[in-house]
Design a protein around this ligand. Sequence first.
Ligand SMILES: [Zn+2]
Length: 303
Amino acid sequence: MIRIKRNQPAPPALLTAGANELADATGHYDLPIGERDPEHLSSSYFKAYNASGVKPTLNEMFHRKCAYCETKAMPSGYFAIEHFRPKASVKIGRSLQPPGYWWLAAVWDNLVPACNQCNSSHKGNLFPVAGTRATTPDASLSAERRLLVHPCRDDAEVHFEFRSTGEILGKTRKGNESIDVYGLARSDLTEDRKTWIRRAVKLQEDKTRKTVVAHQQGSKTDTQLADEIRALMELRSDEAEYAGAARQITSATVSQIATYLDVSLGTQIDAFVNDHASPIIDEPEPEEDVEDALDELLATLVG
Ligand SMILES: [Zn+2]
């Protein structure tokens, strides 16, 4: 996991549908418990979160990666919309207990894209807290002292440690709970991270280190060095798969490169890459995504 900036506003359709649904749900939850319609307690009642534009915007904002495990979506598809705080009920022990966080069902900050494994096979309706659980809109969310790392609100590197073996370890209680709840230590994911680290990250790290030495000895040009550094930095960028692991594993090397550039050339990594790396050849624009087109078509039909 890495921290992602929520730098896009909620799609307008979410705001409209969310306000209507919230008004209806509030009227319902104001009723005495015995008079509530069980349908309103079920997760199928909530539909506003799926408003036009939500899924593509979330997926683009998270660089087409699962918010929790950083696995990339297939080129042809998007990940599902996941509620960080569950909407209809919360799983406590073995049972599902309503209410969930129904007033957050269409709140932008509560929605993230998640893969089927993290979302359905692992997290489901779990939301462990150390404090008092909020069960009404006026209750304090911070008093809950949530035990899950939020992909936009927390710095993931504070809570997780990655090994070159693909393993993930918790550094805090929140980190440990999140690994359990999101299933971040599941064997297939650990194996995928290990393969990626060995086949891409370690190889590029090694290549870059050798190029630094060769540059120091005068047998590699500034451009050759800048190209290798750029390739390493790309594996650590928000867009890269398993960037959280790549950043930790390559952190010592990147510090050494920064020191080398500063001491020998008086410049910083970004400036050096910008000034010296080979021009990037633009790839053709990808074709418009099928789901985007479908979303737009549905929006037109619904009016
Ligand atoms: Zn995932």
